[in-house]
Every structure is written in structure tokens, then in C-alpha cells.
Design a protein around this ligand. Structure first.
Ligand code: AQP
Length: 330
């Protein structure tokens, strides 16, 4: 059976991009593969964050994953920092990666400029975070990594590191493949449709949260930035706002964005249908969230069982890698 792994940072509230780009594929994948999903809390330390809120955010993120449909009896759901092999393997991979390839990571450049005033003052953890992500993946011998389009470059790095390590030390890691969803791989901000929807960028009106009540979803969609034309046409380069709305409609209801465009003569009608489709998509998730989020004891139990299962796999892979790298066994 193929192995699947993916993760999400507890760095803010879950949004439509996370849901359409990643979570929806995870829910489908859990039934077809041996699936591991984690809340990658160590990654959330790479930008400014509130230590007093992190543990709660980690729990809320896990609750959100259960609410979208992950079944802890079917997949393994855990918190990254509960499995100590993640940072241990990251070190072996840091000794495999080069400065040059990490400097090329566009997310590092973007986030360092945005949050830390430039690459010189950015945290070293922000620079090396793609290596930790490679460790997250390689520890589980994952063949398939379902992610949004923004993670494509990091996945390429994980593949390169696996291939290089295997070349130097003998066959140790499975070389993973990124799996992008057919629709919703890159959900754009509703207010700035040339920028991806994101947790850590403050754009409250442009970000549809998974837990936004229906009236808030409708208001955000109604106020979505379009353009000064009136023609509904799918053209992401020339009409990013309208095209994003068509992408959302396609992701929520099926169909192709360019074909869906033919059914509309006004932006208002398109927005009304997008809002209806998103409300219908999110409603069952929100209902289930209310059930799971209140039972903190059960949530903790699920994460503890998940960490135990994850640890078994991760410890075996780490031992294999440490041995291959020449470390003396304890
Ligand atoms: N806008 C998006 N469209 C499609 N997929 C997206 N993902 C994130 N944003 C979009 C996918 O969601 C999964 C979890 O993301 P993450 O927590 O690892 O963080 P990220 O990719 O860095 O996304 P965010 O939400 O923008 O977080 P911040 O702002 O903290 O960096 C991933 O599979 C991602 O591809």
C-alpha cells in the first residue's frame, strides 16, 4: 500500500486555500493509502508567534482536521513535536542540503522580507524549514504528498535530498511525489487576487476561513475584488479576481472554470453562486467542528495514539538513516 504524508502549520486559522488545496485530498487519500497527517507545530516557530496561544492553536488545528473528515481510525493524525525523530532527521538532511539550494526557496525570500525585514535578520529556522519539511516526509517513507501549489518547490527539495542521501549512503529513503488537486491548488486572496490566500498575512476580508459563518462568507465573496470590465471570462493573467471566483466555483461544484464562465453575464450573479457553493461546502465541516472541538479529552487521546503510531514508523526510518550516515548505534 502506498504511504501518504502531509502537514499543516498551526500558524493561524484554517482557510479555504488549506481546505481546497490540501485537506480535501487528505480526506480522500486516507481511504486509499496508508496515510499520516500532522500538525507541524515546529514550523510555526519560524515566524513571529504567540507562545501562549500555540498549544491551543495546535489543538484547534487538529480539531479542524477531524471536522473536515479525517478519521483517526483510518489514518494517523499527530503533532510533529510529539515525534522527536523529526528534528533529528532534519539534522542529517541539513548536512545533505546546500546553502545555495535553500537560498533559492521563494517562500524563504518572501517571508523573510515580509516578516523579518530581510534575509539577514530572518530566523535561521525560516531558512532551514524546508529541510525539516523534507524530514517530515522522508521519515514516513511517503510515496505521495498531497499539497497545494505553493509547496511544489519544497517537495522538489525533499526529492533532491532523498536522491542525494541515497546516492551518498545507499538506498535509505523513498523518493516522494507531490500530488496537487485538480481544482483549488492555488486559491487566491479575495482582496488581492494576485497573492495566494494565507494564514499569516493579515487580509481578513480576503481570506475565507473554514469556520466563517455563512453571512461572513457571503459578505467576503460579495466584496471580492474583480476588475473594471463586465465580461465574465476565465483569464487568470488579465482577470485574476474573476478567474479566482471561477476557480472557487469549479473547486466547490465541479466543472471547468472556463466553461462555468459561459453561464454568467454579470459579476453579481457569479458572486452569488460562489457564495452559495462555499456556504454549502463549509456547513457540514462547521457542524462537525462544534462536536469535536468541545471534547478536548478525546482530541488529546486521538493525538496521543497518533503520535505513538507515527513514532514507530519514524524511529525505524531514523535508525536506518543514522546507520547509513555512519553514526554509532547507541
Ligand atoms: N492559498 C492556498 N491555495 C491552495 N493550497 C494552499 N495551502 C496553503 N495555502 C493555500 C496548502 O495548505 C496546506 C497547509 O499549509 P501550511 O499550513 O503548511 O502553510 P502554508 O503553505 O505556508 O500556507 P499558509 O496558509 O499561507 O500559511 P502561512 O501563512 O503560515 O505560511 C499546504 O499543503 C499548502 O500547500
Amino acid at each position: 500500500m502506498t504511504r501518504v504524508l502531509s502537514g499543516v502549520q498551526p500558524s493561524g486559522e484554517m482557510h479555504l486555500g488549506n481546505y481546497l488545496g490540501a485537506f480535501r485530498s487528505w480526506v480522500a487519500d486516507q481511504h486509499e493509502h496508508d496515510a499520516f497527517f500532522c500538525v507541524v507545530d515546529l514550523h510555526a516557530l519560524t515566524l513571529d508567534y504567540d507562545p501562549a496561544a500555540l498549544a491551543e492553536r495546535t489543538l484547534v488545528t487538529a480539531a479542524c482536521l477531524l471536522a473536515v473528515g479525517l478519521d483517526p481510525e483510518t489514518c494517523t493524525l499527530f503533532v510533529q513535536s510529539h515525534v522527536p525523530e523529526h528534528p533529528r532527521l532534519a539534522w542529517l538532511l541539513e548536512c545533505t542540503a546546500s546553502m545555495g539550494e535553500l537560498r533559492r526557496m521563494t517562500q524563504f525570500k518572501d517571508k523573510a522580507l515580509r516578516d523579518d525585514g530581510g534575509t539577514e535578520s530572518a530566523r535561521v529556522g525560516l531558512f532551514t524549514y524546508p529541510v525539516l519539511m523534507a524530514a517530515d516526509i522522508l521519515l514516513y517513507d511517503a510515496d505521495r504528498v498531497p499539497v497545494g501549489d505553493d509547496q511544489r518547490q519544497h517537495l522538489e527539495l525533499a526529492r533532491d535530498l532523498a536522491i542525494r542521501f541515497n546516492g551518498r549512503h545507499g538506498d535509505t529513503f523513498v523518493v516522494p511525489q507531490a500530488a496537487l488537486p485538480a481544482a483549488g491548488a492555488r486559491v487566491m486572496d479575495l482582496q488581492e487576487p494576485t497573492r495566494k490566500m494565507s494564514k499569516s498575512v493579515s487580509s481578513p476580508q480576503g481570506t475565507v476561513l473554514v469556520l466563517d459563518p455563512p453571512d461572513v462568507v457571503r459578505r467576503k465573496v460579495r466584496r471580492a475584488v474583480t476588475d473594471t470590465e463586465t465580461e465574465v471570462r476565465y483569464d487568470p493573467a488579465a482577470k485574476p479576481g474573476v478567474s479566482n471566483l471561477l476557480d472557487l466555483l469549479a473547486a466547490a461544484t465541479g466543472g471547468k472554470p472556463a466553461q462555468l464562465a459561459e453561464g454568467y453575464t454579470t459579476y453579481g450573479a457569479l458572486k452569488a453562486d460562489v457564495a452559495d457553493a462555499l456556504v454549502a461546502l463549509l456547513e457540514p465541516v462547521q457542524q462537525r467542528y462544534r462536536e469535536v472541538a468541545d471534547d478536548r479529552g478525546e482530541l488529546r487521546r486521538v493525538l496521543a495514539a497518533g503520535a505513538e503510531r507515527a513514532h514507530q514508523v519514524a524511529a525505524a526510518t531514523y535508525e536506518r538513516a543514522a546507520g547509513a550516515a555512519g553514526l554509532l548505534a547507541p
